[in-house]
Structure formats: C-alpha cells, structure tokens
Design a protein around this ligand. Structure first.
Ligand code: DXP
Ligand SMILES: NCC(=O)COP(=O)(O)O
Length: 256
C-alpha cells in the first residue's frame, strides 16, 4: 500500500525577477509574468517581499499579482504601519511578517516576536481580522515560537538561511545542529497549533532534506529558482524542485 504523505506546497518567490528589471529600469523582466509561468509550472503559491526601500518588488507589482493570480499570494513585509495598511488594501491570501534592515543584502535573521510586544500582537490581530492569514518569519527558537502562538499567528515560517549557509561553507557540525533546531521547532510549532512553513536560501538538496519533516507544509523558494531559470528556464527549475521535494517527502516517515 502506498503511504499517504502529508501535503507540501511550493511557494515561488519572484523578488529577484524584479531585481533584474530594476537594474535597467523599465518593465522587463516582469515578475508578474514570472509568477504566472510559475503557477502554470506547478507552484502552489507566489511569494513577494515588498521591501520598505522598494529595491525589487513595487506596490504596483503586488497589486497586479493580486489581480491576476489564481493561486494564493503571500505578501512578505516588515511589521510597519505603512505595510499593514497596504496589505489590508491589497488583501493577499497571507502576509508573512519579516524583520527588515535597510543595509542588509537579504533578510538576515528572524522576526523578534517577543521584542515586538503588544504592538506586533495588534498588527497580527488587525491583519487576521481583515481576513489575511498571518505568518511570522522566525529563527528556529522555542521562545519565539511560543510567543507566535500566544499572539494568534496562524503560521510560522522557519528561517532556513543559517542552515543553508553552514552547508554552503562545509560547516557540517554546525549545519546538523541548526537542522536539529529546525526539527525541534517544527515539532513544537505543530504542537502549539501553528502551521509550519520554511524558507530562505533553499536549493534542490536542502529543499529535499527539509521536505523530510512531516510538520513542514510549505516551502518558499526564490533566489535559487530564479538563478536556475537562467540556465534551464523557470518551468524546468520548478519541476526539478518539485521532484526534489517529493524525494524528501517520500522519506518523511523516517523522521516523523
Ligand atoms: C523573507 C525572506 O527570506 C525572503 O523573501 C527574502 O526576504 C527575499 O528578499 P530579499 O533577498 O530582498 O531579502
Ligand atoms: N521567505 C523565503 C522566501 O520567500 C525565499 O527566500 P530565497 O529562496 O529567495 O532565499
């Protein structure tokens, strides 16, 4: 009998299509066209991060994504008044609150849910009250996860960036220690009633490994897929990613 594996969605992040567009100004390549292609190639959702400095995705991109997509839109954003108001106007399927630092090259750490205090809790409540599923992008840390559950988030997205960096630099022990933190965090979050997503810096190999965790229900992947698309096309990159995820998922009973 074929075992029934827990579902695992792929969200494709199209930020870096906008990065290339913005390098020249103008309208090409269009991240919305990439999102439509990703959907046709089997993405379950589209993620886009509207940074405060608009370095890649712009307000008009978010609105066009909302208008044309038939699959869920995950609006990544800093937990600021401006972004909360925009999300409430645009009404994406989900908002993923992320920490943001103007000088960083990419999102460096997880959101400090504890430090966010009552102000963050109120923003989560406002977004949820407006029908937006709220996700918090956090490091694999038990206290942050507990607080995410306390303030009523529906989802936590575990930051896989540190783990992927350790692997990329051949730091095997540190990578395994970080992976074990991801495993423990995914389990705790599930016990606390949170849906678990994961993302940042994933490639075929790391996506396959994280897919082994039965608690993880969605991966959000952008930079690597857009890079691979240069060589073989976006559709092929997404199909290969889905295969990698399925390979990992097939092993998930071993770690569940
Ligand atoms: C929150 C996250 O991990 C990614 O979506 C990332 O923010 C992509 O955009 P940047 O590379 O601009 O950080
Ligand atoms: N939230 C993570 C994400 O959307 C994609 O991150 P990356 O694959 O571009 O590093």
């Amino acid at each position: 009998m074929t075992p029934i594996l827990p579902p695992l969605r792929l969200g494709v992040n199209v930020d870096h299509v906008a990065t290339v567009r913005n390098a020249r100004g103008g309208t090409m390549p269009d991240p919305v066209r990439a999102a439509q292609l990703a959907a046709a190639a089997g993405a379950d959702g589209i993620t886009a991060h509207l940074r405060e400095d608009r370095r890649h995705i712009r307000d008009s991109d978010m609105k066009r994504l909302r208008d044309v997509l038939q699959i869920p839109l995950n609006f990544e954003m800093a937990a600021t008044e401006e972004m909360v108001a925009l999300a409430i106007e645009i009404k994406p399927h989900a908002s993923c609150l992320v920490p943001e630092r103007r000088e960083e090259r990419t999102t460096e750490g997880g959101l400090d849910v504890i430090g966010g205090g009552i102000d963050l809790a109120r923003k989560v409540e406002r977004l949820s009250h407006n029908g937006i599923r709220v996700s918090l992008f956090i490091a694999p840390d038990a206290d942050q996860i507990a607080r995410a559950a306390d303030i009523g988030a529906a989802v936590v997205e575990l930051h896989t960036g540190a783990w992927c960096e350790f692997i990329a630099h051949g730091e095997h022990e540190a990578a395994e220690a970080e992976f074990n933190r991801l495993v423990a965090s995914a389990r705790l979050a599930t016990e606390l009633g949170l849906e678990v997503h994961a993302g940042h810096g994933l490639d075929f190999a790391t996506a396959a490994r994280i897919s082994e965790l039965s608690e993880v229900r969605e991966l959000n992947i952008g930079h690597f897929l857009i890079g691979e698309a240069i060589f073989g096309g976006l559709e092929a990159a997404i199909r290969e990613m889905r295969k990698a995820m399925a390979r990992g998922r097939a092993l998930c009973s071993k770690v569940a």
